[in-house]
Design a protein around this ligand. Structure first.
Ligand SMILES: NC(=O)C1=CN([C@@H]2O[C@H](COP(=O)(O)OP(=O)(O)OC[C@H]3O[C@@H](n4cnc5c(N)ncnc54)[C@H](OP(=O)(O)O)[C@@H]3O)[C@@H](O)[C@H]2O)C=CC1
Ligand SMILES: O=C(O)[C@@H]1CCC=N1
Length: 277
């Protein structure tokens, strides 16, 4: 990390906690991080857990920072942005939104206009340094500001830029929502193995280690996932039976439908919330 910006998070929920936890494990200092949210009890828990500075005052939190991360639900974003607009129009920090759906133009309008703004679609594995984030910069963002936000998200995983903002719908449906798809797979595998008599704790550990091992292999291997799958499928063996069952049950089509449902929801949120007063 070349610089040490002060970074303020507006919102202290699942995603802010995941990003902050990952940053602190990867070289960022608690003293450079501020967090604001309405519930002081919740904030005190965050302060104890991470040692960051906290306040219930979004404007005060915003004022401290070179980089302000908007980490509230899309539905409250308009009110939050309008409230801090006078501050950011004065201090002109780099604004970063991690909200699903909301476009850079909509956010910039709520913030009073003309601000450098990066939209990031991160995911919760950021907490363990294994995040995957897609990033889009509006036209006001300078190269050093791009480097600043990239440095934050690279400290907690992969950070890849897209040059067309519409592609963030596709990133949201892939890596933003994606951890939930794999958690669902873990739940289902664990349940099947437990039904077959394996102790729940044993089933969970074997399932998790298998998923982590498969992901690590896919990341490191020169082969594509299809080949890696074939390498497990001995002709006439057990895996073939399971994979055929998935294929006959329409797993690929189901995954595509699920992906498209998430994509569509991101688009709908963008257009519904753009008109919010
Ligand atoms: N969860 C995920 O996997 C991902 C989420 N996102 C995006 O991240 C954003 C946050 O999601 P997530 O962390 O899951 O949501 P959470 O509900 O966990 O957190 C929302 C936070 O916003 C705070 N908040 C509510 N109103 C205000 C306000 N007026 N001012 C300041 N803070 C406020 C809440 O405060 P309090 O603590 O007091 O209740 C809470 O801390 C969303 O926009 C979502 O689209 C993006 C990628 C992945
Ligand atoms: O479900 C959501 O809307 C957010 C965005 C991606 C992951 N969680």
């Amino acid at each position: 990390m070349s610089t040490s910006p002060t970074i303020s998070f507006i919102g202290a929920g699942n995603m802010a906690s995941a990003i902050i936890g990952g940053m602190l494990d990867n070289g960022y200092k608690a003293g450079d991080i501020w967090v604001s949210a309405p519930d002081d009890g919740h904030l005190q828990a965050i302060r104890k857990r991470f040692g960051v500075s906290v306040t219930t005052d979004n404007r005060y939190c915003t004022q401290q920072a070179n980089m302000v991360v908007l980490a509230v639900k899309p539905q409250v974003m308009a009110d939050v942005c309008r409230d801090i607009a006078p501050v950011v129009q004065n201090t002109r920090p780099l604004m970063v939104s991690i909200a699903a759906g909301l476009t850079a133009d909509t956010l910039d309008e709520w913030l009073g206009g003309g601000l450098p703004l990066v939209r990031v679609m991160p995911n919760t594995p950021s907490l363990v340094g294994k995040g995957a984030a897609g990033l889009f910069a509006n036209k006001h963002v300078k190269d050093d500001q791009k480097a600043m936000v990239q440095s934050v998200f690279e400290s907690i995983g992969s950070a890849l830029w897209v040059d067309d903002e519409n592609l963030l719908h596709g990133v949201t449906a892939l890596s933003g929502s994606g951890p939930a798809y794999f958690f669902l797979m873990l739940e289902a595998l664990e349940a099947a193995a437990t039904d077959a008599g394996i102790e729940p704790a044993t089933a969970r550990e074997l399932a998790i280690q298998t998923m982590a091992g498969a992901a690590e292999m896919a990341a490191r291997s020169e082969h594509d996932p299809a080949q890696l799958k074939r390498n497990v499928m001995s002709p006439g063996g057990t895996t073939e039976q399971a994979v055929n069952t998935f294929e006959e049950g329409g797993l690929r089509e189901l995954v595509k439908k699920a992906y498209q449902a998430a994509f569509k929801r991101s688009e709908v949120m963008a257009s519904e919330l753009a008109g919010k007063q």
